[in-house]
Design a protein around this ligand. Structure first.
Ligand code: SF4
Length: 65
């Protein structure tokens, strides 16, 4: 299970991150400029996992620092 810290670290290193609010709730995205960049605010995050399957790759590359 991904920790909140991992969700944030991965999303901040992810080239595919797209804030979910831009699609599902454009108004709140405009009102809230300090977007919390985390996998669970990404359009690719579904049912507790990355639906394009790059989460694990990014997490692994982070671990190799
Ligand atoms: S859910 Fe997937 S695409 Fe979105 S930021 Fe996380 S790893 Fe990247």
């Amino acid at each position: 299970m991904a920790s909140p810290h991992q969700l944030k670290a991965v999303a901040q290193s992810c080239p595919e991150y797209i804030y979910v609010g831009n699609v599902r709730n454009g108004l709140s995205a405009l009102l809230n400029e300090s977007t919390d960049v985390r996998c669970d605010t990404c359009i690719h995050w579904e049912d507790g996992r990355c639906n394009i399957n790059i989460y694990d790759n990014i997490l692994t590359s982070l671990d190799q620092t």
